[in-house]
Design a protein around this ligand. Structure first.
Ligand code: IVH
Length: 681
């Protein structure tokens, strides 16, 4: 049966989301969702593709691993691709894996020998040894093409530059995980805190940020470690019969292998190992996020082979997200940008998933009712990776008998306007529109946010003051602020005022997609904004489109189309847009894309003093080449250019894993681009 349109749209949407998160995770080291949530997206896509095979495309992210590598490091073609692993979240899924393995090997009633290994939370690397010398180290990249990080890997003491003995093949690749042990991570962050620099979110990001340094002296100062877990290139005749024998050999050659690795027998052996390692996990000196089971016998591995992105002979059994119990002290209601009221649980502080949690979003009234969360309740909260904590469930046996049910307020806590609840919709909304100070403030915050106009330094408190003193009505007024206006505010010195004026100036050069997103049209998120920009090319064309024309666009349904049409039909909105453009807001990418300069699409941030040219000249040269100079470092930044006496941007870029260019590298890049060379995306 051919896929219905709804399934087709859903598949496109899932692919877009997966690609976005691939980039966040693999290229920018700034994951926005947990691995579990990511895996969920991939699963949904695969299920959909399994149900409707005509939806499968050659480039679907379900068919490849990771994302394209970042720039700056030389590309390395992996002769043997670096694959990913399928995940199992329950014992049932592991049972099914073991059954598939035995069926394929026609070993129905025999137990399979597995090697069980901790799933280390770091970065996969491939080490090429020739004649016993480490000649090249590469990241995984997209699985086929990685990055050459040899200089950095050579700074990791545990990785031998020369192997021991002579029993190894002449040319072969070892694969394993570079990670940062907990203690090293703690000390690194402590030093960063003491120096007033930005800290890393978790050891994985710290490891990634450290490994992808263009200056290997920085890597050398980071406490990185390594465990080998497998092979890339390897001569067949040198291969032992079993994976555990290989690990023993690697160890004999001087490569570190995780001491927790064990050979186990059959499904029961796997599950027993999982239970044992789960119990041990808190005391391990490094972070792990599950267990990997691998069929030990290489002949079996060959028979089992691979599916698109993962071997059939291995699976990752993931630990559930971390949970803790605490008390709901209060349930407060926050007013969002679109007036949506969100109940938020204020919690007794509790340490979970690596941080102290004090709030958890409860999403909406339905969610509060479904979970029946009440003030005073003891609740289980869950936090995984760096995502927002959530309340998993209530412990009702500990509830005070008189605890009242939560009710949504009938009027907005910020402006007192009537709260509307549309039947069939989960959300309640304040009807005050921009009259509501909370909505107004959120709209300005959104406009200024990193992924929108990216106005560095325009924080919460400042927006409060600007609104209180009536210095700003609409977002267009931001661009008429003067340094004197700003200096009159609390805790605003001359320097910060000037910085903010400069940041406002820089933000004027935006992209059409960012600008559309910044306007805060209901249901127009980043992805939709990008689709609109691509499809229509100019703001005028979008403003002129009616909902029928809008709906002819891929992925734009009737609701979104109606929101867009309504937004641009309002004269107040058209006025604000006209004022913004009159103030100089523009999007050079329209011409840059047309001119396709070698730096087009690349966003540079400059910090510190450059010796060889004034900043204005650096900016002009980048822009002439089609690149953009922006004020602050974000996950969308392509490069941070570092001169003498760099500011805090340096550590921020590091923590996000953004490539850092010292002046000579920056000049080399400009000269290459000016000579007509393209800089690989
Ligand atoms: S084996 C084809 N073993 O997990 C098999 N991977 O999702 C490839 N990882 O990119 C990997 N610990 O970074 C393997 N003991 C282990 C691992 C491990 C961590 C990571 C590795 C890989 C990812 C796969």
């Amino acid at each position: 049966m051919p896929a219905p349109d709804s399934a087709r749209r859903r598949a496109t949407d899932l692919r877009e989301q997966i690609r976005f998160h691939d980039r966040q995770y693999h290229q920018l080291d700034a994951p926005q969702i947990t691995d579990a949530e990511y895996d969920q997206l991939v699963r949904q896509l695969r299920d959909l593709e399994a149900e409707f095979p005509d939806l499968v495309t050659a480039d679907s992210p379900s068919r490849r691993v990771g994302a394209a590598p970042l720039r700056t490091f030389a590309p390395v073609q992996h002769e043997v691709p670096m694959l990913s692993l399928d995940n199992a979240f329950t014992a049932d899924e592991v049972t099914a894996f073991d059954r598939r393995v035995r069926e394929r090997l026609e070993l129905e009633s025999t137990e399979v020998g597995y090697v069980a290994e901790p799933k280390l939370d770091g970065l996969a690397v491939s080490l090429l040894y020739e004649g016993g010398r480490l000649v090249r180290a590469a990241t995984r990249g997209d699985g086929r093409t990685g990055e050459d990080i040899t200089a950095n890997v050579l700074t990791i003491r545990e990785i031998p530059a020369r192997l021991r003995g002579s029993a190894f093949p002449g040319r072969f690749e070892v694969r394993g995980e570079v990670f940062m042990p907990r203690e090293g991570f703690r000390q690194l962050n402590e030093r960063a805190r003491a120096a007033g620099e930005k800290t890393f979110v978790n050891p994985r990001n710290a490891a990634a940020g450290s490994l992808r340094q263009l200056d290997s002296r920085i890597t050398a100062a980071r406490p990185l470690a390594f465990f080998a877990y497998g092979l890339g290139l390897f001569p067949g005749d040198a291969l032992p019969a079993e994976h555990d024998e290989l690990l023993t050999a690697l160890q004999a050659w001087g490569l570190p292998v995780c001491p927790e690795v064990e050979k186990v027998s059959g499904l029961a052996g796997c599950l027993a190992y999982f239970a044992q390692l789960s119990a041990k996990r808190p005391t391990l000196p490094y972070e792990i996020d599950g267990v990997v089971y691998k069929v030990s016998r290489y002949r079996y591995q060959t028979l089992l082979g691979y599916v698109a992105r993962a071997p059939r002979w291995a699976i990752a059994h993931k630990f559930p997200a971390e949970e803790a119990t605490t008390r709901v002290e209060a349930i407060e209601v926050q007013v969002g940008r679109t007036g949506a009221l969100t109940p938020v649980a204020r919690l007794s502080p509790v340490f979970v998933g690596g941080v102290t949690v004090t709030n958890a979003t409860l999403h909406n009234l339905d969610e509060v009712r479904r979970k029946d969360i009440r003030v005073g309740d003891m609740v289980v909260v869950r936090r995984a990776g760096d995502v927002i904590p959530e309340v998993v469930r209530v412990l009702p046996e500990q509830r005070a008998p008189e605890a009242p049910e939560f009710v949504m307020p009938g009027s907005c806590p910020a402006c007192g306007s009537v709260v509307e609840t549309i039947p069939g919709e989960a959300v309640s909304r304040c009807s005050g529109g921009l009259y509501c100070p909370a909505q107004h403030k959120e709209a300005i915050k959104h406009f200024a946010s990193r992924r929108a106009m990216d106005i560095d330094g325009l924080g919460d408190r400042l927006i409060d003051q600007l609104l209180d003193r009536k210095l700003v009505g609409t977002v267009a007024d931001l661009y008429h602020l003067t340094a004197e206006d700003l200096e009159s505010l609390d805790r605003m010195g001359r320097k910060s005022a000037q910085n903010l004026i400069a940041a406002l100036e820089t933000s004027k050069a935006s992209t059409l997609a960012r600008f559309l997103y910044a306007l805060g049209i209901r249901e127009v998120g980043e992805v939709t904004a990008q689709i609109l920009a691509r499809e229509f090319g100019t703001l005028e064309a979008i403003m002129a489109a009616d909902r029928v024309r809008l709906m002819a666009t891929r992925d734009i349904g009737p609701t979104v189309a109606a929101h867009i049409e309504t937004f641009f039909a309002q004269s107040s909105n058209r006025d604000v847009i006209a004022h913004l453009r009159a103030a100089g807001v523009h999007w050079p990418d329209e011409t840059a894309v047309a001119g396709a300069g070698p730096l087009s699409g690349q966003r540079f941030v400059l910090t510190g003093t450059l010796e060889s040219m004034p900043r204005a000249e650096a900016k002009r040269r980048i822009e002439t080449l089609g690149g953009q100079v922006v004020g602050s470092v974000s996950s969308a930044t392509s490069y941070l250019v570092v001169g003498a006496d760099p500011g805090s941007k340096h550590s921020k870029a590091e923590s996000l894993g953004i490539p850092i260019l010292l002046e000579p590298a920056f000049i080399a890049l400009l000269s290459r681009a000016e000579a007509g060379g393209t800089i690989p995306e």
